[in-house]
Design a protein around this ligand. Structure first.
Ligand code: FE
Ligand code: CA
Length: 517
């Protein structure tokens, strides 16, 4: 395997450097934890805006602005008044001279001194800059963009997923920050509730599991210590969903009873406190609502799914990954869909995946554990006549391109869309020899699988025009390098009105462990 932040920890330990300790180890003071984080390359914006600024859920005329006051980012509790007034400003220029909206929002200890400002009354389809001030200090300036309305000729967006802090630097987010995109979608595993495990040189034993609100707050604060993540948030508005590691590995819904529900509530609250998430009105802590549809004019309908909060256990005859309410809502969304591209932000793989021809499913934590519901949803896509469906997915830590079929075991079954599963930002995939051996096995075992590449890290950029959907797999050279350059590994296209993808001839010779001719 390649090196990572953890290997850095080890190397520093072997060299006798100080503070080579996992920053969230038990027993560290906030200052010691911060020193340990900085020894791993973390830094923070000036206090109290250490965690930076962000914006999210762009709509025509509206966007949510976020920041969180955390003078000592890795402290369990901030030494701040119970309520701090945070002033915000939105302007048409980066120097914040042409102000179009301003106001003040209370940052309360109850919500970790976070603020979420739903700014209204902005113009559709334009770029704005914003900043916060509090306690005599001013934050960095962020840039955001509202959704357009009406006729739209192009939209570009990036999707990121799976960013284990201990597995490497966020050069991928540095790349996203520099992309010319309208927005970013995060597909989950924004944090990992576990850190590095074991080790000779490193005192990285974390003590008890991450359970409390303070634990999850510190975890989010550590992750935002990567400057590239803060940069990507400050550069573009984000849409967000989550997967399992925001709470606990492979969890299902409320499974685990009261102690788990308490833990999940802590995790969800810390997530909300640290994300530019728009609280939907009826949505409220401890159960924020994530699923929603958003339009980018007449060109794109984006559907954000929550595949964790409402799922049953896997492998049940009547199991559900969406939950009854979200399933009904998704079917209604399909029924009412406008004539445009339809993109589903889907945290975990929708396509069937067998390990080899005739083999069993590789992972039933993904949609493969919910067979009846998958067939019901994809059958509904087909029967309703929905066209131009592209599903963008995270979780796997490797890139896949799949055809979506109502019945994956029947190659004559209707083709209803394309799924692009993106590389991870940092989280470790399988070893190169595993990928080499298993790429062709998975390819032969899954007639709908067109492409597999598991040796790289990065993100996807999608470009939509009325005629074509293009996915560019953007990969970094080395996750050990925070400044690692970004290149395009390959591109796939989907033509409007024609189901199925094809690889760009210019990059068909790029490295991959499986590609169907
Ligand atoms: Fe992951
Ligand atoms: Ca996951």
């Amino acid at each position: 395997m390649t090196l990572d932040r953890r290997t850095l920890l080890k190397a520093a330990g072997a060299a006798g450097a100080l503070n080579t300790v996992w920053p969230l180890s038990a027993g560290l003071s906030p200052a010691q934890a911060r020193e340990a984080a900085e020894a791993l390359g973390a830094d923070y914006d000036p206090a109290p805006f250490t965690l930076g600024v962000a914006s999210g859920d762009p709509q025509p005329g509206s966007v949510v602005l976020w920041t969180r006051l955390a003078p000592e980012p890795l402290a369990a509790e901030q030494r701040l008044p119970e309520v701090v007034a945070v002033a915000w400003v939105v302007a048409e220029d980066q120097a914040l001279s042409r102000v179009v909206a301003r106001g003040s929002a209370p940052a309360s200890a109850t919500l970790g001194h976070s603020v979420h400002v739903p700014v209204q009354g902005l113009a559709a389809g334009r770029t704005y800059w914003y900043a916060f001030s509090a306690l005599g200090k001013t934050s960095r300036v962020g840039r955001t963009r509202t959704a357009p309305s009406g006729t739209v000729s192009r939209v570009r967006f990036a999707a990121a997923n799976c960013q284990a802090f201990h597995d490497g630097y966020y050069a991928a987010h540095r790349g996203i920050a520099r992309e010319d995109v309208d927005f970013v979608v995060h597909l989950g595993d924004y944090i990992y509730e576990h850190g590095p495990v074991g080790g000779d040189h490193v005192r990285d034993h974390e003590g008890p599991a991450v359970l409390t609100l303070a634990d999850y707050r510190r975890r989010h604060a550590l992750y935002k210590g990567d400057a590239s993540l803060r940069e990507a948030h400050a550069a573009h508005p984000w849409f967000l969903t989550w997967d399992d590691h925001e709470v606990a590995n492979d969890y299902s819904g409320t499974g685990g009873g009261a102690p788990f529900l308490q833990r999940r509530a802590a995790a969800y609250q810390a997530w909300y406190e640290n994300m530019p998430h728009r609280d939907g009105g009826e949505s409220a802590l401890p159960d924020p609502v994530l699923h929603r549809t958003r339009r980018w004019g007449n060109l794109l309908e984006l559907t954000v799914l929550d595949l964790r909060s409402y799922r049953s256990a896997q492998n049940l005859a009547d199991g559900t990954i969406l939950g009854a309410e979200q399933k009904g809502w998704l079917k209604g969304t399909i029924d009412r869909a406008p004539d445009s591209w339809h993109v589903w932000a889907n945290s975990i793989m929708l396509s069937q995946l067998r390990g080899r021809p005739g083999g069993s499913y590789m992972f039933t934590d993904q949609w493969d554990g919910f067979l009846a519901e998958r067939k019901e949803i994809l059958g509904h896509v087909h029967s309703s006549g929905l066209e131009d469906l592209v599903v963008v997915t995270g979780d796997w830590h490797s890139a896949f391109v799949d055809d979506l079929r109502v019945d994956f075991d029947d190659t004559s079954s209707p083709l209803v869309g394309t799924e692009f599963t993106a590389h991870s930002v940092t989280s470790g995939g399988y070893a190169a020899d595993w990928n080499t051996a298993n790429g062709p096995l998975m390819g032969r075992g899954n007639p709908h699988l067109k492409y597999f590449e598991g040796n790289r890290y990065g993100y996807d950029v999608y470009e939509l025009t009325p005629e074509r959907f293009t996915t560019r797999m953007r990969v970094i050279a080395d996750r050990r390098d925070p400044l690692s350059p970004v290149t395009t590994l390959t591109s796939f296209h989907v033509d409007r009105g024609r189901t199925g993808s094809y690889e760009d001839p210019a990059t068909k010779g790029s490295p991959a462990q499986w590609r169907r001719d």
